[in-house]
Design a protein. Structure first.
Length: 172
């Protein structure tokens, strides 16, 4: 989680300029997938980004298969689970699988440096920034949340190691 899977998917479709739809296997119903299929038929091709694809039930996977097979739907599935165990083998065999790794502490620090520029009057000690990066365990979203909570919970927008430790709910 928090390593940029969705951001990568959006970058791909925006760079290619292809029509796309974003669905979530947990929230969206079979009828939502039926609508995407109809849109794909109308456009001739459509990228379908499915978040939490490992939670996609067999019915939803089965209705997509012929459209993935004929190229009408280009599937980008996002998951934190192993797709070799969670995704229908017929769909999996028609997809290219990319493994993404957790961000390292340096990656998180680079992102936090950019993010802190959007917080007016922030003062953050380097040690506090490093602690936030360490506590995030490779999850940038978690690091960003901790930075924002630290910022908004301080009266003067000064963040130090103690203030991060006070707010943090994970073991230090």
């Amino acid at each position: 989680p928090g390593i940029g899977k969705t951001s990568i998917a959006y970058s791909i479709v925006n760079e290619l300029g292809i029509k796309y739809r974003m669905l979530n296997a947990v929230v969206n119903k079979k009828t939502d997938f039926d609508i995407v299929i109809e849109e794909a038929k109308m456009y001739g091709e459509l990228v379908l980004i499915v978040d939490e694809i490992h939670r996609m039930n067999k019915d939803k996977q089965d209705i997509l298969l012929p459209y993935i097979e004929n190229g009408m739907i280009i599937l980008i599935g996002l998951t934190t689970s192993n797709p070799y165990y969670k995704i229908n083998p017929a769909i999996r065999s028609r997809c290219q699988i990319f493994e993404l790794y957790s961000l390292n502490q340096e990656d998180i620090l680079i992102g936090l440096e950019k993010a802190k520029k959007k917080l007016p009057n922030i003062e953050i000690d380097d040690d506090a920034l490093e602690l936030i990066a360490k506590l995030s365990s490779g999850d940038f979203r978690s690091a960003l949340n901790l930075l924002e909570i630290s910022y908004f919970s301080s009266k003067d927008h000064h963040i130090d190691v103690d203030s991060v430790k006070t707010i943090n709910s994970k073991p230090v």
